[in-house]
Write a new protein. Structure first.
Length: 340
């Protein structure tokens, strides 16, 4: 039984998602206390409960203490079974974070699976659907499996109501090298609006354009969704390279000026573009688990996040796999998985 302090490292829901996935793949049971001890509102939220429930369903696992607000659980895995699954968060909790909990175990199963996940697709503190589809999955697919994802309906905070579908054709994971992102092919900025005044998106795009002055005017566009999918707003900044696509995002929030949100996202994109690294700040931690399961590989990235350091610590505890970080002269970090 592995004992985990949920307040250490990243101190949030990532510890839960990684622990559940690793437990299903290794057969190691775990207990975690002080759940989300590093957050303003500790304990399990609805999206965390759904993610753990999903892990229990696909993996025949038993979990005690599982309830909204709980600060400790014990998780005992069973056998991962592929199939057709439907999970509903019931709030605007992230569909992407539920997917991350079950994705790697299912892509190592002995038959294909299909997932339907309902909840938030574009909300704070979680990757938007486009990041999963265009940034993460292409790297995973290079490693062997074939995974495709579709956005059926957008879901914004606080209403939710989003719907994604994911098809997984499993395969053994092979190590890959992701040190070079290649040449920049195109860029784009999209302001998505649902039941929100057009002016909000226009202000976001104008602010982003000031921080990214080299981007052509035609790359800034507004997309209006049916009002019944809102109210909601998202800004997506995309840079497509030969070997990777990076997406930075911002989400409309009551009381926060559109200009402030757009400026923050644009500065993050500018920082990434100024570096030569393959993985941006939000892709790096999501590559640790599949690379560890593959038994090796490496990628270059920007400044390390607490999410990444926490992910590295967890794969070492469950798998005994080391992760080595080496800084290059240009500021990029080389992450080597499988090295002690």
């Amino acid at each position: 039984m592995i004992i985990i302090d949920g307040s250490e490292g990243e101190g949030g829901g990532q510890v839960l998602r990684y622990a559940c996935a690793l437990s299903l793949m290794t057969g190691e049971a775990f207990t975690i206390g002080n759940i989300r001890g590093g957050r303003e509102k500790p304990g399990l939220m609805r999206q965390h409960v759904t993610a753990i429930e999903a892990a229990c369903v696909i993996g025949g696992a038993e979990c005690t203490g599982l309830a909204v607000g709980s600060n400790s659980i014990s998780f005992r895995p069973g056998r991962v079974t592929p199939g057709d699954y439907h999970f509903a968060v019931g709030t605007a909790g992230s569909t992407a974070l539920v997917l991350q909990t079950v994705l790697v175990p299912l892509m190592l199963a002995d038959a294909p699976s299909r997932l339907v996940i309902e909840g938030g697709t574009h909300a704070m503190a979680a990757p938007p659907f486009e990041f999963i589809e265009r940034t993460l999955l292409p790297v995973i697919n290079r490693m062997g499996p074939t995974i495709s994802a579709r956005l059926v309906r957008h879901g914004f905070f606080p209403r939710g109501g989003g719907w994604i579908e994911v098809d997984i054709v499993p395969a053994a994971l092979r190590p890959v090298e992701c040190a070079e992102r290649g040449a920049l092919r195109r860029v784009g900025a999209t302001a998505i609006l649902a039941g929100i005044p057009f002016d909000v998106g226009d202000r976001e795009l104008k602010t982003a354009a000031k921080t990214l002055p080299d981007w052509p005017p035609e790359s800034f566009v507004t997309r209006q969704l049916p009002a019944d999918q809102g109210p909601g707003n998202a800004l997506l900044l995309e840079a497509v390279f030969d070997n990777v696509t990076e997406i930075m995002s911002a989400f409309g929030k009551i009381g926060v000026p559109a200009e402030r949100l757009a400026k923050t996202a644009a500065r993050r994109m500018a920082g990434y573009l100024a570096c030569e690294a393959f993985a941006g700040p939000y892709l790096q931690d999501q590559l640790i688990l599949p690379f560890a399961i593959a038994g090796g590989g490496h990628f270059s990235t920007v400044k390390l996040s607490q999410h990444t350091l926490t992910a590295a610590a967890l794969v070492e505890r469950f798998l005994g796999t080391g992760v080595r970080f080496a800084e290059h002269e240009d500021g990029a970090i080389l992450v080597e998985v499988g090295r002690s």
